[in-house]
Design a protein around this ligand. Sequence first.
Ligand SMILES: [Zn+2]
Length: 391
Amino acid sequence: MIRLFSLLPYFLGIITAAQPVKNNFIPGKTTGTLPSLEYGLGYDRLGAAKMTFLDTNVVIKVVDSTINNYKVQLSKDHFAYLSKSNFKKDTTIKIQPYYLTASLFASGDDKDDYVTIALEERLPYRSIQQINPSRIVVDIFGTASNTSWITQRSSAKEIKSVYYEQIEDDVYRVIIELNHDQHWGYSIYYENKKLVVKVKRQPADLGLENLKIAIDPGHGGSNTGAGGVTSNIAEKNYTLLIAKQLQKELEEEKATVFMTREKGTTLSMPERIDMIKAQDPNFLISIHLNSSAKDSVNGVSTYYRYIGFKPLTQFILNRMLELNLNEFGNVGGFNFALSGPTDYPNCLVEVAFLSNKEDEKKILDPEFHKAVAKKIVAGIKDWLKFCKKGF
Ligand SMILES: [Zn+2]
């Protein structure tokens, strides 16, 4: 289950939203842990829909305010919302009507590929993944093309080609075509005023013994998660038991495994994301147990946020269905915090429902934990075969 947020302050925020900022806008920069832009003030139990994570010290133009968020102007026609805790005012910044781009450069080192985009200022951006063909699309706001060089070095292994399109007068789009069908992740950040898109390559050897896998057992410590409908067991303890079985199965296949927690540690979502990013895994599996207000709802489901990461989640679900669980489904566009990073493929597995008696009975059985772990590994292997031959 994913933690519920208190909705009340948010609705109050919307009611009192219309407080125009004087002098048209306030200049400033992003700050703090994992700043992110949200599309609107919509809200569900996972929070507003995220447009993107941003680097820090990105120039931001605040044009309006709610209780918790600033409305920021990205370009003439684009707006987004930024948490107030991720904004620092800086009136020394003289924001230009638009900025200019310079050259694009694609290259690689012994591990990853990079596209660098020279800019005059650290401007907001967003990205999406496309499939068939696989591409990373990055929009940079408040900027117009002055690019006349797009250099590609042969050291770039995953990047097939890079080009741009000025999609609006002040929105510059960079399109990065990939050599493999599978997206292996990318990170966007600034080096001074150069925007860098670090592109992960498909590993040359897709054997599990060559891969590093992060596992996040959901909840933990003071965050108990859902409760069992008849047993009242805590989700946090059973996500850990299943995750440990998964760790064991993967290590038997000689994979390198990183666990975000191995006991009842309390970890926030940003802490988990930081830990996982620092490990630079090939992919992430999150383990949770579902819960519904309706006790008849049951079954297994897997989740992804970005379309490029869907195949892993579909293959794992297909194998999990062999456990005689109902199908709750393969869910995309999911706004779960650990599905948000673009840096590595990731799959959230909601194994079964603690709120359903039949599912709960399975969850209580240690043999079931082993069976789940084996099916997840089988799904991972199916996916890796698929990556190897191409889609
Ligand atoms: Zn959960």
